[in-house]
Design a protein around this ligand. Structure first.
Ligand SMILES: Cc1ncc(COP(=O)(O)O)c(C=O)c1O
Length: 430
């Protein structure tokens, strides 16, 4: 992007959580509390989630996508989030023992849990079965065999969906594209594996096949990608006469001023029309993650070091980095930035915002426009960090993971405390 294309007006409210408002001094408030006050109290880096935004997206998803819609916990999960989605009537998609145990700790009813994973262990499957998990989305023949093996011991029968790959390339980054034939996920329709899996289910006493599942990828903006995948999957699933069809997640969200994405309501409408057009009789559900959580949060950092390279660029180093947001490094994802105490000001100064990890790839925003003359100790923030930020966080360089707050109506509550170096040291054995 050349400099003239980088937006230099104030950060648009459309990229901020729903409750974002501007205070008298030009400062940002979320959930009725100033970001500056929260940063002073909880320190930086800090994830701030607008709880009402999360709740409103859950309600929108339930209305648009129907009963049985599951929030994909991989986008962001903790006990408070698992409780929130359950209170709002959504089911919860978990994809590992850790996510499952989080759901159990939050007392999410078993029947509302959907278990995913391309390599579920016997232990994970056993835990899910003993907790009465509602749906296991089976990904491989090995998993079918494991379920049969467990059934022979405990007599339990799992209600399952089979994950199929429609052989459709979603228009998204290769690393988050999952619907193509060459994928580690699911049973290929083209190869005949999906048909074989259905036959195996029919002769397996340990599973009750109730439906088909697809997920073509993540951060998908083009509704035609979903529609094409549905055509293929429905041609496979409808003749089976199964009662359920899950279309997975994947709806893209806007991270930048220049992007726009369909709303959850528009996505639901497109799916409904496509399913009606294809004569789907099964109950259709979905698994949105990013579209519920992404825009609900911002990450707040403090500026630590500024390095001017005349004629080249200015580097602004903050107290976080790819440890709290690996998406730019993993996918080359673009973010924008703003100064939470100066949100009404134009952003005329172009800076590269970098983290403090020992890697040159530790870039948070490649070309950030910020108000002029920000200095050491000032706050900068990145919007749209509620999905696949904290959940993908690492402790590289032994940097502890930041705390996470939920704010609503003038109150803040800590939902994940900040990790300390002492926490990390507890794992070490002398
Ligand atoms: C099976 C499945 N369902 C749902 C999702 C959620 O996708 P998104 O967060 O893009 O909505 C994912 C994401 O990887 C997934 O793998």
């Amino acid at each position: 992007m050349n400099q003239s294309e980088i937006p230099n007006g104030p950060i648009p409210l459309s990229l901020l959580p729903d409750s974002a408002e501007i205070g008298r001094k030009g400062e940002l408030l979320i959930g009725g509390i100033s970001v500056d006050e929260l940063a002073n109290e909880y320190g930086t880096p800090l994830f701030i989630y607008d709880e009402d935004h999360l709740r409103s997206r859950c309600r929108e998803a339930l209305t648009a996508l129907g009963e049985g819609t599951a929030y994909a916990g991989k986008a962001f999960l903790c006990v408070a989030m698992a409780r929130l989605v359950t209170e709002e009537g959504l089911h919860l998609d978990v994809a590992s023992e850790g996510e499952l145990r989080t759901a159990i700790a939050a007392e999410v009813p078993g029947e509302s849990i959907v278990l995913h994973g391309n390599n579920k262990s016997l232990d994970e499957l056993s835990l899910a079965r003993s907790y009465g998990v509602g749906r296991v989305v089976v990904d491989s023949f090995d998993e079918l065999h494991r379920l049969q093996q467990l059934h022979q011991k405990d007599g339990l029968v799992s209600s399952i969906l089979l994950r199929v790959t429609p052989g459709v390339e979603a228009h998204t980054h290769d690393y988050v594209s999952t619907g193509q034939n060459d994928s580690k996920f699911g049973f290929g329709i083209d190869s005949g594996a999906a048909t074989e899996a259905v036959e195996e289910c029919a002769s397996s006493s340990g599973v009750d096949l109730v439906g088909i599942h697809q997920h073509i990828g993540s951060q998908v903006f083009r509704v035609d990608s979903f529609a094409r995948a549905l055509e293929v999957v429905v041609a496979f699933s409808e003749p089976l006469g199964l009662p359920e069809l899950s279309v997975g997640g994947g709806l893209g969200v806007a991270y930048l001023e220049s992007e726009s994405a369909p709303s959850i309501t528009e996505w639901g409408e497109m799916l409904r029309q496509a399913c009606d057009g294809l004569g789907v009789q099964a109950r259709v559900s979905a698994e949105p993650g990013r579209s519920i959580a992404a825009q609900a949060a911002i990450t707040v950092y403090s500026v630590g070091t500024i390095k001017e390279l005349p004629g080249i660029r200015t580097y602004m180093a903050v107290d976080g980095g790819f440890g709290d947001n690996p998406r730019p490094m993993l996918y080359g994802s673009g973010y924008t930035a703003f100064a939470p105490n100066r949100v009404t000001e134009d952003r005329n100064s172009i800076t590269r915002i970098v983290g403090k990890h020992c890697e040159s790839s530790d870039v948070i925003v490649r070309e950030a426009s910020l108000p002029e003359n920000l200095g050491i100790g000032d706050l900068v923030a990145t919007p749209v960090t509620g999905a696949y930020g904290y959940s993908m966080a690492s402790t590289y360089n032994r940097m502890p993971r930041p705390p996470v707050l939920f704010v609503s109506q003038g109150k803040a509550r800590l939902v994940i405390r900040g990790e300390s170096v002492e926490d990390l040291l507890t794992l070490d054995v002398d």
